[in-house]
Design a protein around this ligand. Structure first.
Ligand code: FAD
Length: 404
């Protein structure tokens, strides 16, 4: 068994294969140097200095040794020879496989704009990126965040709390526009502004300008306005790492195309995590998710099916979380642009949930500091018995009891 990509999904599939009794040779290949680690703290506790490298590392070397998992880190895989059933590494080594798992994740999107190569224009995807950002934010800085998505807003929250001057520039007319309901976007932007972040909506970035010595000094917006900056974090989404699959002739469509059992067109190759595009019963179509839940649940499912557990299709409920200032935001399910929405709780108190319905069918719940709603939502979305809009709109409706 060979796994390409030693991130959250690659680590988990190796771990679960052993837990489920796979005793054959198992190799985990990763291009990054060092032990596999978790990414969520990179824009939260690690960035804030509240967690160090040991706390983000998934397991120590002995863990892999004890389980007979051969960890080859610092080794990019460069090609799949499907005929010879071998994964070729940049080092020249070829690892033969009976089954190959592609868990190559995604990479931060680089904007094609003048000045993106200037010193101080940063991305946040890897531990190395987080170390660079942490170092840059040791001194007071004018920070411009390009993109009001999760990573941009988490970084903005940390930087503002640490006393930096922060401006978030978002091209769409609300933050988190592709991910959450308008009520939540509005609340999140208001909380950021309350903590001193400038949040500019509907404004595109057209260029970064330098100080003449190669360091970024300003970001230019549509209309010509310039915002002075010492550090620019570009949080413009990610691109799935599909190149290994594509050059091996496997179908790719915004992700490595897999079926409901997470197999590619070659039954000896599977794909999981950020890099995989799978048919989701929640989306009602093919989708690609970028979350720890997705990486872990797909890895567990695949390990089960590879070790002969009886399995229907993969259908874990998608969920996600983000922390910004005092907001613990949790989301479950998948929504669509035409969803009808019911709000429970009180946004003014900073504790509420947006229940999203496709017609009268509950499809997604987004909660701010309402953990019980989120837990109930995960249970409800996993089943067929779901509350209607009128029930959810009734403040006396006992959601927890309904979901039990
Ligand atoms: P990755 O973790 O990206 O791992 C893929 C690995 O494969 C990488 O190490 C990569 O270097 C390696 N690789 C790629 N190509 C090759 C190759 N050819 N050869 C060898 N190795 C290769 N999710 C949440 O649910 N909640 C959060 O709060 C949250 N916060 C986040 C904060 C940050 C800053 C980031 C970057 C992500 C966050 N995420 C969060 C997303 C979550 O971390 C990812 O969805 C998850 O890591 C996906 O796991 P993965 O294994 O598919 O991909």
């Amino acid at each position: 068994m060979v796994v390409a990509g030693a991130g959250q999904a690659g680590f988990q599939v190796a771990l679960s294969l052993r837990d489920k009794g796979f005793t054959g040779p198992l190799t985990l290949v990763g291009e990054e140097h060092g032990l596999p680690y978790q990414r969520p703290p990179l824009s939260k506790a690690y960035l804030a200095g509240a967690a160090e490298r040991g706390a983000v590392t998934l397991r120590a070397q002995e863990f892999f040794d004890d389980r007979g998992i051969e960890l080859r880190h610092g080794h990019p895989a460069v090609a799949i020879d499907t005929g010879a059933r071998a994964l070729r590494l940049a080092s020249g080594a070829a690892l033969e496989y009976a089954h190959l798992v592609l868990a190559t994740g995604s990479r931060a999107r680089v904007l094609d704009l003048p000045g993106t190569g200037l010193d101080g224009v940063l991305l946040l995807r890897t531990l190395a990126d987080a170390d660079t950002l942490r170092t840059r934010l040791r001194e007071p800085a004018r920070v411009v965040i390009v993109g009001g998505g999760f990573i941009g807003l988490e970084t903005a929250a940390f930087a503002a709390a640490a006393g930096h001057s922060v401006t978030v520039v978002e091209g769409l007319d609300r933050v988190l526009a592709r991910a959450v309901a308008p009520e939540l976007s509005e609340h999140v932007a208001a909380v950021h502004r309350h903590h001193g972040c400038a949040v500019l909506l509907g404004r595109g970035v057209t260029a970064m300008h330098g100080d003449g010595e190669g360091r970024v000094s300003a970001v230019e917006l549509t209309g010509g306005e310039r915002i002075e900056a010492d550090v620019v974090l570009v949080g413009a989404g990610v691109l799935p790492n599909v190149e290994l699959a594509a050059t091996a002739g496997l179908p790719v469509d915004d992700g490595i195309v897999v079926d409901e059992r997470l197999r590619t067109a070659d039954p000896r190759i599977s794909a999981i995590g950020d890099c995989a595009s799978y048919p989701s019963p929640y989306a009602g179509c093919r989708t690609r998710l970028e979350s720890v839940q997705n990486a872990v649940d797909q890895a567990r499912f695949l390990a089960g099916s590879l070790t002969g557990e009886e399995h229907g299709p993969y259908r874990a409920v998608p969920w996600f979380w983000t922390h910004q200032f005092d907001m613990k935001i949790q989301m479950a399910g998948i929504g669509g642009p035409g969803d009808e929405r019911v709000v429970r709780g009180d946004p003014a108190q900073g504790r509420f949930s947006v229940f999203r319905f496709d017609g009268d069918r509950l499809v997604r719940v987004e909660s701010v500091n309402r953990m019980p709603d989120h837990m109930a939502a995960r249970r409800l979305l996993a089943g067929e018995r779901r509350p209607g809009q009128e029930q959810v709109a009734d403040p006396d409706f006992d959601l927890k009891a309904f979901a039990a």
